[in-house]
Design a protein around this ligand. Structure first.
Ligand SMILES: [Zn+2]
Ligand SMILES: [Zn+2]
Length: 174
């Protein structure tokens, strides 16, 4: 869905969109979209802001990826809201003195006649996913000795070969 600046200059634009898997490209991130992505909200141009656009709403989707530990399937049901501000890129060129401080980290920029809602949602989904993508917090991962998925059973390999992360976790809880 194209959020047109021309239209936003005239009115607030509500959206209630469903994006089937494939409509938003997650393939480059080794992710796949498991369910349709539903997004509702609105976009509006703020008065006397020099073209600043606020995009506010929420979305629901389930994203799948490979588990970082066992290489099996990991899935992430996401439900999140967003409240974002975008300034026209041209504004920056005009005001070269603009300082972007920490408090403005939430502000993005747009170029040309508007923004693609799909791009905004894609970015939000990537931000919402955890850094470590695991199928379950308790995932035991793959045995570094024999390569067996430890979630499927003990392989009986030497304990000394066990990934050190578990030792580190035990130390934290002690
Ligand atoms: Zn796993
Ligand atoms: Zn093993």
């Amino acid at each position: 869905m194209w959020l047109s600046v021309k239209e936003l200059e005239l009115r607030r634009v509500p959206f209630d969109e469903t994006f089937e898997p494939g409509a938003i490209d997650f393939s480059g991130e080794n992710l796949d979209q498991v369910t349709p992505l539903r997004a509702t909200g609105s976009a509006e141009m703020l008065a006397h802001s020099g073209g600043e656009i606020r995009v506010k709403g929420q979305y629901t989707v389930e994203i799948g990826s490979q588990c970082d530990r066992c290489l099996g399937r990991a899935s992430f049901p996401l439900t999140a809201s967003f409240d974002l501000y975008y300034r026209p890129m041209a504004e920056i060129a005009r005001e070269e003195e603009v300082e972007i401080d920490e408090g403005e980290a939430e502000i993005g920029f747009y170029e040309g006649g508007g923004m693609q809602l799909e791009d905004i949602l894609r970015e939000q989904v990537l931000l919402a996913l955890p850094m470590q993508r695991v199928c379950a917090e308790t995932c035991k991962g793959i045995c570094p000795v024999c390569g067996r998925n430890r979630n499927e059973g003990e392989c009986g390999c030497s304990v000394s070969a066990v990934d050190d992360r578990w030792g580190a976790l035990r130390n934290l809880t002690n």
